[in-house]
Ligand binder design. Structure first.
Ligand code: BG6
Length: 510
């Protein structure tokens, strides 16, 4: 490789080289995210030299055809652009392996290919299996890896697995999948990926909270009035996604994983150390403490679900959710969900966490905002301006990653008038470089054996327990559980605004 590993760029010990086997290698995730991430790690010099990639999929292809397809997409999507010299040294390390996911012989041949690559190209025997296929094959792939003995590494080597989402569709299926995974790989070698945890600002949450002395004393129900987490998208069911999405919906697709992970980072207690289990022990306590709604009435009161109807996004007319390709015209799957969540812990008693996620909203943005209580009004409430709003700490996850603090200030001049102002920190301007893609960080962590930013078995299962209460209420009481509507290109249904108005709050404008 032309870019040797740069010790000075990383705080971790040098990861060992390995072969990354990607199941579902002809899919979008492999082409648009995983291989470009490995390429960009090579460009940045963080990839240990000697990493090989094997794409495992069902279609017939030669190594060269596979490389050419990846080359074409990498030119379009790579974060750092496409450097011919780097690609020339990167591409020969990519191979293709054709097999059905259920074909035992295909795995036997894979084992032979792995050994041959190690032998001929100086590999040591470390393996990272990345299961990025359609979810119905997760079980088969794990079972076949075990049958072929690929779950066990040779002496002093390692064998790890990354499992993509969705990790189950409810508690029972997640428990089953966990059983199959843990029958095959040790928990310490199992990496359940949630790409939101690899986003720069999500990682910075712990640093912000625990490396700055000013926030932690205020980070509780005494000073914080409410916390909001928004993840809005300006896309619908493009690219044939409707088929998958209509069986999943906003709650299962984004809330069970990404949004609850963000919530646990915001709400967790300081961990005892930065080890993977130290951090995950604290995160799982938060998820376990989410108040469960054990009756449909409680779900009705705290959760709003909705579908978009025809509207316009970014100046383009878009169809309603039920008119989308591969979506059931009578679908009861939500493209938007908003929740009022309470965390039953000492720290968060009485503080509502509002979470919303929606497709076909006006823009793509993810943000966490921490809304502080207002100061006593004795001094300034009599002014014509009053005190315009309270302090809000906004943590922007994407785009324009950064953090801003809203404060109240005096307007310059001879009279006393108040106005909110913003102190803003942006990653791009402060550090002068773009953040890596989430998959870059997470792939490198898995190669380095660091599971901190991956979900542990109990986290996934606890999150499903919470989600299942809602889904059961929706399914059992369909008639009394309304499906609200919003016009595509607007900020969601009126019912979601009402949810916050009931508490005297409103959604923050993004
Ligand atoms: C995926 C969901 O996990 O995350 C998609 O399945 C969603 O529906 C995507 O669009 C959002 O990820 P990002 O990184 O673009 O915010």
């Amino acid at each position: 490789m032309s870019n040797p590993f740069r010790e000075d760029l990383v705080s971790r010990t040098r990861p060992e080289a390995c072969t990354v086997v990607i199941f579902g290698a002809t899919g979008d995730l492999a082409h648009r995210k995983l291989v470009p991430a490995l390429y960009n790690l090579t460009v940045s010099g963080e990839m240990p030299p000697g990493v090989k990639i094997i794409g495992f999929a069902r279609r017939e292809k030669t190594d060269q055809e596979f490389r050419d397809g990846l080359d074409e997409i990498n030119r379009k999507v790579s974060r750092t652009g496409h450097d011919e010299e780097v690609w020339k040294s990167f591409a020969p390390n990519i191979f293709y392996h054709q097999s059905e996911f259920t074909d035992a012989d295909g795995y036997r041949r894979l084992a032979e290919k792995l050994d041959a690559i190690d032998r001929d190209r100086g590999g040591k025997g470390n393996r990272l299996f990345y299961i990025a296929s359609a979810p119905e094959f997760f079980d088969d792939i794990l079972t076949q890896l075990k049958a072929a003995g690929l779950n066990h590494a040779k002496d002093s080597c390692w064998s790890r697995v990354i499992v993509e989402k969705p990790f189950g569709t409810d508690l029972a299926t997640a428990q089953h999948l966990n059983q199959v995974v843990n029958d095959t790989f040790h928990e310490k070698d199992t990496y359940r990926i949630d790409h939101y945890l690899g986003k720069e600002t999500a990682q910075n949450l712990m640093v912000l909270r625990f490396a700055n002395a000013i926030f932690e004393p205020l980070w509780n129900s005494r000073y914080i009035e409410q916390i909001q987490i928004t993840c809005s998208e300006n896309l619908g069911m493009e690219g044939g996604r409707g088929g998958y999405y209509d069986k999943s919906g906003a709650l299962r697709d984004m809330v069970q994983n990404h949004l609850l992970q963000l919530l646990s980072l915001v709400a967790m207690e300081p961990p005892t150390d930065l080890s993977a289990d130290g951090v995950r022990d604290e995160k799982v306590k938060v998820i376990r403490s989410l108040r469960k709604w054990d009756t449909p009435e409680k779900v009705l009161k705290n959760v709003v679900r909705a579908q978009y109807v025809k509207g316009s996004v970014d100046g383009k007319t878009v169809p309603g959710y039920r008119e989308e390709d591969r979506v059931d015209p009578e679908s009861m799957t939500e493209s938007y969900v908003a929740l009022r969540i309470m965390i039953d812990t000492w720290r968060w008693s009485g503080v509502p966490f509002y979470i919303r996620m929606g497709k076909q909203l006006p823009k793509k943005a993810s943000e966490i905002s921490v809304h502080f209580k207002s100061p006593p009004g004795v001094l300034f409430n009599a002014l014509p301006t009053g005190v315009p709003g309270g302090n809000v700490l906004a943590i922007r996850i994407q785009p324009d990653e950064g953090i801003s603090l809203r404060m109240v200030s005096k307007i310059p001049g001879t009279s006393l008038r108040l106005e909110p102002v913003k102190m803003d920190f942006q990653y791009s301007t402060s550090f002068g470089k773009a953040s890596p893609e989430a998959y870059e960080r997470l792939l490198l962590d898995a190669i380095a054996g660091d599971a901190t930013l991956f979900a542990r078995r109990d986290e996934v299962e606890e999150a499903w327990k919470f989600i299942d209460c809602i889904v059961h209420a929706w399914q059992q009481q369909e008639t009394i559980m309304p499906m609200a509507e919003y016009v595509a290109g607007t900020w969601g249904p009126k019912e979601a605004d009402d949810l916050l108005h009931e508490d005297g709050n409103s959604w923050r404008r993004l």
